[in-house]
Design a protein around this ligand. Structure first.
Ligand code: MLT
Ligand code: MN
Ligand code: ZN
Length: 275
């Protein structure tokens, strides 16, 4: 299975347009919003989440570009982990295609019905059946609802995906939004070739520095907590969905060095894995 990290930042990307914090003004390599492309055969591709940056992400990634037919595309579908706008607004950007298949938990599909109603006026979207050559397992990981969603609504609101390549046996776990280390997660990641973890925040009080919203309510387990869980465990671990307040963004920081020395990766946009 080929895995391409199209974007590795949390909502807003880095730098974020309305932010003049130290990291947003440090001239670091920019990161676009979290989105991953996977393929069993290198010809048909699935997106894990669909960021508002998807147009630029596709154009920057040769295997995802249109062709050889004039309107032929290699995208076969989108799987959503949650209904947050940084993970879903790209579906609007992909409106020029016809009936793109979308898979998501029921609560997420319900929350996105206004977006879907708009997209239905263009190409629409269909639902998903299966992914040739890949097996997908789904684990509910959090009840964190998007801010825009009306009260009520049964979850699960956030899931993680475990994708197994049936030919190579390679396994990707994609968990960019983890409120806690959830029940069942240890066995969900067992034997994975690569685990992409929620790296939104490094520390539990990081948003205080920019006067941001209540960080706990945002539902992201900080890296300091997940590093303790993965220390000494076999496997390849990487953090994605990095918020622009996260000091690990700076390769010269002690926090960045601590993540690497714990054996985890902080891959840049465009990083590719073969599992
Ligand atoms: C999140 O990951 O917590 C959300 O993307 C935040 C947001 O977009 O408001
Ligand atoms: Mn997000
Ligand atoms: Zn910032």
């Amino acid at each position: 299975m080929k895995v391409i990290l199209l974007g590795t930042a949390a909502g807003g990307g880095c730098p974020q347009w309305n932010c003049a914090c130290r990291l947003c003004t440090a001239g670091l390599p920019p990161r676009t919003q979290d989105c991953v492309a996977i393929s069993a055969d290198g010809a048909g591709w699935y997106l894990l989440n669909c960021s508002p940056d998807i147009r630029a992400q596709i154009l920057a990634t040769p295997p995802l570009r249109a062709g050889p037919g004039p309107r032929e595309i290699p995208l076969r579908g989108v799987l959503l982990t949650d209904a947050e706008l940084d993970h879903t607004l790209g579906l609007l950007m992909l409106r020029e295609t016809r009936g793109l298949p979308v898979f998501a938990p029921d609560a997420v599909l319900d929350a996105l019905s206004p977006l879907r109603a708009i997209i239905d006026g263009y190409g629409g979207w269909t639902s998903f059946v299966d992914l040739p050559g890949l097996r997908v397992d789904v684990l509910p990981v959090s009840d964190k609802k998007p801010k825009y969603a009306p009260p009520g609504g049964e979850g699960p609101w956030v899931v993680a995906y475990r994708v197994t390549d049936l030919r190579t046996g390679g396994v990707l776990v994609y968990a960019p939004c983890l409120k806690s280390w959830p029940d069942g997660f240890d066995s969900f990641v067992e034997g994975a070739s690569l685990v992409l973890l929620d790296g939104t925040f490094h520390a539990p009080d990081e948003m205080a520095g920019v006067g941001g919203p209540d960080q706990l309510a945002m539902g992201h387990l900080p890296i300091t907590a997940s590093l303790a869980r993965i220390a000494g465990r076999p496997g390849r671990w990487a953090f994605t969905h990095l918020n622009n307040t996260n000091p690990v963004l700076d390769p010269a920081s002690a926090e960045h060095a601590a993540v690497l020395s714990a054996g985890a990766l902080l891959p840049a946009d465009g990083t590719e894995f073969s599992l």
